[in-house]
Design a binder for this molecule. Sequence first.
Ligand code: MRU
Length: 366
Amino acid sequence: MLIGGQPHRSIWRDAKSGAIRIIDQTRLPHRFEIKTLGDLEAACEAIRVMRVRGAPLIGATAAYGIHLALAVDGSDGSLDAASDALIATRPTAVNLRWAVERMRAVLRDVPVDARAARARDEADRICDEDADACESIGTHGLGLFESLATARAGEPLRILTHCNAGWLATVDWGTALAPIYKAHAAGIPIHVWVDETRPRNQGASLTAFELREMGIPHTVVVDNAGGHLMQRGEVDAVIVGSDRTTASGDVCNKIGTYLKALAAHAHDVPFYVALPFSTIDWSIEDGVAQIPIEERSSEEVREITGLTAEGEVASVALFDAASPAANPAFDVTPSRYVTRLVTEHGVCRASRAGLAALRASAPTSD
Ligand code: MRU
């Protein structure tokens, strides 16, 4: 997708030097900084502090992290240690484990001195496949938006989204934002309500940035506004991404998603979840009971970062450190509140049967 009119990915390998580059998302939208991931520890740190974030992107970063570790030491011990270190960075998004397991399966039988190159090629493949999958999600989601747009008779389709599930959260295109990009390109008038997404403000900082760069009309709202907007008939559909979806269609996503789903259910607003198959954890059924929810630092709740009048990026405290703060980063929306899942292999009901049918029709062993 575009920054300053130029096509960009969120992670890439430098064509000349082979270095792994990322956009440092902790600096957006006020600063655009590119960072090089020079070794395994840099990859782990980037995931941990959320220089890269979003389920598909942390999977892709982990794949390059394995490559970086094997470039120093291609042994089984190095592969095991790198896998453990990467998986320990963040617990909820299953793409991280998916990518590490895929790399291990590919590398197991490769001679030690050939592993780094093979890991690099596989990480490249993961990135390209993710970009293709997300573009397909966009195409399938466009079909849903076209139906809704007909009812709007030329008035803008009003879509609400939570967190950032755009191209910055994947390698390219995004999940929830991919159908929005496709709809915009197809000439469907669209307006996006962007939840600010406290405490890390991925909506205000990243989704609004993406939409602005792509020329898509949008309005940032506080997280508590969604119910009000839906009650007044100002939202035609909600679409979000996912960090882990169970085999029965329960959806884990950024904290606050569940409340949006409840409000959408109460007001008959379609609630769509867009995700690649790499986000499905086929080994579990009950999202509320079985998905580990990341608890992040209370500092993220207490402090807020922004641009001062002098143009400096600065943090301020919102409340006294003597008041404890809790920071669960994700929540689970049970499948009964999800209208449809939108994947690269098509659209289905959020149910075991719906997902199983799509899986059976998928061209590979996804
Ligand atoms: O904590 P984050 O910013 O990594 O959380 C990201 C989300 O919750 C996204 O909605 C999810 O990863 C889907 S991204 C395509």
